[in-house]
Design a binder for this molecule. Structure first.
Ligand SMILES: Cc1ncc(C[n+]2csc(CCOP(=O)(O)OP(=O)(O)O)c2C)c(N)n1
Length: 364
């Protein structure tokens, strides 16, 4: 019996803009100027909103929230690369993408103040609500994609999740289904190096997350996730394959969570300041700005004007959020099943009975 090699695999890494904002012209995705400026706007909006939300949380005006700082490129560039019929199925660290889809910052604040109504996003119909149970959104994305395929739509689904999510069964089941059915899905793993306090090295023995695609027989690529141009290019290529009926792709976006996991976490307890400082040097926002300046589509004056308008938009959103009222605390019970259910109604009644006591405790 011969012993012979039957398959050989490799994993590629894509970077278009290096850490100093220098372009590899051969790989330039040549993003039109308007799209580029809007992408940069989304990234700045996301960063500034994190800063404002941190203050609101520390003042007790909103609840716990997970900052996206450092990870603005993978989510925003993916949204910028998507077509008008594509759907987005995200997690909870993708503010830039959600803003590009038209979700309002005021609703985002409402959600993080604990109100279900924050999940209602008028006028945004291709973006599923934030998913907090890790990896649970990945099979949903495949379901949406399978429906598109069934209807014969020329469209695809982009889904995001963290490196921790790749240890969940949902991730593997979704990847397998999508590959077997050649469903039009772009799986984007935001490998931010940490799942709360678990480092990437303790999450998986694989040298890359991209290589997990190989087992499912789909293309997988590792991308510099702090390089918005590389992300744009990788997502566009994956979308084109999906539209052409060639099935799913896994993109590993190598990035870093520069702030805490959520405002309830203290990262100093598990990672060094030296590591964080090293990643600040790879910050995706100044890198894209340098490129835009070199392409002569961005000036100091435009930067100042953008920052002023973003901050004004966030302040207006805070005012709008704080003026909102009349929410229904038991709204989540309405959506557990499609039709009323006796057990859920019993739980709703119990919840409403204890609510006044809880409110009294919270407000003294
Ligand atoms: C099913 C499930 N298990 C546990 C948790 C608690 N939890 C919240 S975030 C998180 C870590 C997620 O890490 P990763 O997928 O890398 O995403 P990141 O938070 O780094 O963006 C965990 C375990 C959860 N939300 N859902």
């Amino acid at each position: 019996m011969p012993l012979k090699e039957i398959e050989r695999f490799s994993v590629s890494y894509l970077q278009v803009l290096d850490e100093h904002g220098k372009l590899d012209a051969k790989l330039d995705p040549k993003i039109p100027k308007d799209t580029l400026v809007r992408l940069y706007h989304a990234m700045v909006m996301s960063r500034e909103t994190d800063q404002r939300m941190l203050k609101l949380q520390r003042q007790g005006r909103i609840g716990t929230f997970p900052p996206s700082t450092g990870q603005e490129a993978p989510t925003s560039a993916a949204a910028a690369a998507m077509g008008p019929k594509d759907w987005f199925v995200g997690c909870f660290r993708d503010l830039g993408a959600r803003w590009l889809f038209g979700e309002s910052i005021a609703r985002f604040l409402l959600y993080h103040a604990g109100w279900e109504e924050g999940n209602i996003t008028p006028g945004v119909d291709r973006c599923l609500p934030m998913s907090v149970p890790i990896a649970s959104q990945i099979p949903h994305a495949v379901g949406v994609a399978y429906a598109m395929q069934y209807r014969g739509d020329r469209a695809a689904v982009v889904t995001h999740f963290g490196d921790g999510a790749t240890s969940e069964g949902d991730f593997h089941e979704a990847m397998n289904f999508a590959a077997v059915w050649k469903s039009p899905v772009v799986f984007i793993c935001q490998n931010n190096q940490w799942a709360i306090s678990i480092p990437r090295s303790a999450q998986t023995a694989s040298a890359t997350i991209a290589q997990k695609a190989i087992a499912y027989q789909m293309p997988g690529i590792q991308v510099d996730g702090n390089d918005a141009l590389a992300m744009f290019r990788a997502v566009r290529e994956a979308l084109e394959r999906a539209y052409a009926g060639e099935g799913p792709t896994l993109i590993e976006a190598v990035t870093y969570r520069l702030m805490m996991h959520t405002t309830a976490d203290d990262p100093k307890k598990y990672r060094s300041e030296e590591e964080v400082a090293r990643w600040w040097k790879r910050d995706p926002i100044p890198r894209l700005r340098k490129y835009m300046e070199s392409r002569q589509v961005w000036t100091e004056k435009q930067e100042d004007a953008l920052l002023a308008s973003v901050r004004a938009e966030i302040e207006a959103a805070v005012k709008e959020f704080e003026a909102m009222s009349g929410f229904k605390p038991d709204l989540p019970f309405d959506h557990v099943f499609g039709a009323p259910h006796a057990e859920i109604e019993k739980q709703r009644a119990e919840f409403l009975a204890v609510l006044p006591m809880q409110e009294e405790q919270a407000h003294g």
